[in-house]
Design a binder for this molecule. Structure first.
Ligand SMILES: O=C(O)[C@@H](CO)OP(=O)(O)O
Ligand SMILES: [Mn+2]
Ligand SMILES: [Mn+2]
Length: 541
């Protein structure tokens, strides 16, 4: 396994491909995956843990996600992730001392409105309900008189129809606060995260619709309350998943929107994860914004929970500093003079760039790093197009391998995850089969080139397409906490090494996880493993 530049080593992430029970809910077990089966039985392999403490999340059962997964792979160690850092800052009160939060509080101190925008759930992938509650309680303590919540409804990181639970929790807080003279707290607008605002593929129509609702109070769908809206849409379509609920505004008896934004108001984006928060942030912050016509843009103070774009320092006001990865894998190999590529479709653009880089989006050195992004299908449900761009990615990967120019490449296949999020079993099976075929083509090219690859996933999803409920089963649209496969494909494999297996007695740091992949890649490339990385998984007798 010694490497020269023309013996490429790849990290292939089959996003959302976990190891499930093999039962009727497991799309991966039901799919026909001849490539995966052959690689699993013929090469060194293990199971990796991708959730909770194995990726620096606060709770033992916290699901993994793409941001934490790719950040951990790139860092090569377990770091406290955004939600962990926020929770710690809230616990030690440093959260409230940030100059960004203080500026927000000053702006609304004399009677203007504080707007909170964000994903209303406790999924902890993009946001957490407790962070809404913390900000609401703090605003109340500080005497902020008027507060409005613009709620993105989830059903993708939590149960498919759970929005009412989170709405009711905040309604209780509002009822308590509004019992005090002069306070007026409530919801202003809502809608499914897949329909409005939380786009990540520059489909500006989704952001525009959210903007018009939140900022201008404009929307045909108008309801007296959140629950009235949710019930209305569910009556019409009983199986609608919360993420797909149309956008709506909350109105008073005169049909006036309750929470338009006006001059002097402040807006806090409560989401901590950047990929789906940056587009709306651009609309709020950029002077030369041209995504859509913003209409009469009020003079607002805007802050985000964290940084959403480090290259452009967006937003200007951040309640928390970024999660710092001092020496991400891409930067380390750049310093060794290894040419690299990153390849995926645009839905997973953040994953192979700023998530894996722990910050930066653009190549540090364009002559040594090629970031290749194939446009994802737009305006379709991925359950209707489960092949997504797997074939195009494989074709491009083969070309890059054959060029003999690259020492390292990171590839992400979106299918098992994105189609898994739709909750449709038949489509998920097709998605998995598309990835299997694509991986087969890449492995064949690697075989010719004498290269190697780690074939793994950032977290599970498609192996758990149903979850048990009190009365039976319902579709699962979220990630899982199952382990994921990790195969070391090596054209020259002679059986002389294995990958470390999970051992129940191991402490979190030793359990094979995403944090061990950077060191494993160094070893595969024939370089000394840097001392500060979690150790390689390769074991030789
Ligand atoms: O779609 C997303 O934003 C998340 C789930 O909330 O999935 P992933 O972490 O795989 O990108
Ligand atoms: Mn993912
Ligand atoms: Mn996902």
């Amino acid at each position: 396994m010694t490497n020269t530049v023309n013996k490429p080593v790849l990290l292939i992430v089959m996003d959302g491909w976990g190891i499930g029970s093999g039962g009727h809910e497991d799309a991966i077990a039901q799919a026909n995956t001849p490539v995966f089966d052959r690689l699993w039985s013929g090469y060194a392999h293990t199971r990796l843990f991708t959730h909770g403490p194995y990726v620096g999340l606060p709770a033992a059962k916290d699901m993994g996600g793409s941001e934490v997964g790719h950040l951990t792979m790139g860092a090569g160690m377990i770091l406290d992730q955004g939600p962990t850092r926020i929770n710690k800052a809230i616990a030690d009160n440093s959260f409230f001392a940030s100059s960004a939060l203080q500026q927000v509080m000053e702006v609304v101190a004399n009677g203007t409105t504080l707007h909170l925008v964000g994903l209303l759930s406790d999924g902890n992938i993009h946001s957490h309900l407790n962070h809404f509650k913390t900000l609401i309680e703090y605003a109340f303590e500080q005497g902020v008189k008027r507060l409005r919540v613009h709620a993105l409804l989830d059903g993708r990181d939590v149960g498919i129809q759970t929005a009412q639970k989170y709405v009711c929790e905040l309604e209780e807080d509002f009822a308590y606060i509004n019992g005090n003279e002069g306070f007026d707290y409530g919801f202003a607008s809502g809608g499914g995260r897949e329909r409005i605002i939380m786009d990540r593929d520059y489909d500006w129509s989704k952001v525009e619709q959210g903007w018009n609702m939140m900022v201008h109070g404009q929307c045909e769908q108008r309801f007296p309350s959140m629950l009235a809206a949710i019930n209305h849409f569910r009556e019409r379509q009983p199986d609608i998943v919360d993420q797909d609920l149309p956008g709506f505004v909350i109105v008073d008896q005169d049909n006036q929107a309750l929470g338009k934004m006006t001059d002097g108001d402040a807006v806090v984006m409560v989401n901590f994860r950047g990929d789906r928060a940056v587009e709306i942030t651009e609309a709020f912050e950029l002077d030369d914004f041209d995504g859509f016509d913003r209409g009469d843009k009020p003079d607002l103070t805007y802050a985000g929970m964290m940084v959403y774009d480090e290259d452009r320092n967006l937003p200007k006001l951040q309640l928390m500093g970024p999660t710092k990865v001092d020496n991400p894998f891409g930067k380390r190999i750049l310093e060794l003079g290894i040419k690299q590529f990153r390849l995926t479709e645009t839905q997973k653009y953040p994953h192979v760039t700023f998530f894996f880089n722990g910050g930066y989006r653009q190549p540090l050195d364009e002559s040594m790093e090629d970031y290749i992004l194939i446009p994802s299908d737009k305006g379709v449900s991925f359950s209707d197009a489960p092949q997504m761009k797997a074939a195009e990615i494989a074709g491009k990967a083969v070309e890059l391998i054959e060029s003999g120019e690259y020492g390292f490449g990171l590839i992400n296949f979106a299918n098992a995850d994105m189609v898994g999020h739709c909750g449709n079993m038949a489509s998920a099976i097709e998605a998995v089969e598309a990835v299997d075929k694509a991986v087969g083509q890449i492995v064949e090219a690697l075989e010719q080139a004498g290269g190697a690859a780690l074939i793994t996933a950032d977290h599970g999803n498609a192996e758990e397409m149903l979850v048990a409920t009190k009365t039976g089963h319902e579709p699962s649209t979220k990630h899982s906490v199952n382990p994921v496969p990790c195969i070391l494909f090596d054209a020259a494999y002679d059986g002389s090494y294995q990958l470390r297996q999970p051992d129940a007695a191991d402490a979190a740091l030793a359990v094979p996880g995403l944090s061990h992949l950077a060191a494993t890649l160094f070893e595969m490339m024939g370089y000394a493993v840097p001392d500060d990385l979690n150790p390689s998984l390769i074991e030789r007798p």
